[in-house]
Design a protein. Structure first.
Length: 77
């Protein structure tokens, strides 16, 4: 799954710390294969993350997980 997120100016470090926590927790999920994060080029604040799972079922489990729900609540404040 590809996630693009526009980060508020001055909150880049907070976002990166949040993302690091999310990736650490996600790495324990069944079928998690890894994540590629593309940081924004100069002049932009849009991060792109590609989460990979071995099956659609494992991806759907992540999408319905308490981990994801909690993480989204944290990042949208």
């Amino acid at each position: 799954v590809v996630v693009k997120r526009q980060v508020k100016a001055g909150r880049e470090r907070d976002y990166e710390a949040w993302l690091e926590r999310l990736l650490k927790e996600a790495s324990t999920l069944p079928g998690y294969l890894g994540t590629t994060v593309t940081r924004p080029p100069t002049g932009s604040r849009e991060y792109t993350s590609v989460f990979r799972f071995d099956t659609v079922e494992h991806l759907e489990t992540f999408e319905r997980s308490e981990l994801r729900r909690r993480a989204l609540l944290e990042v949208t404040d």
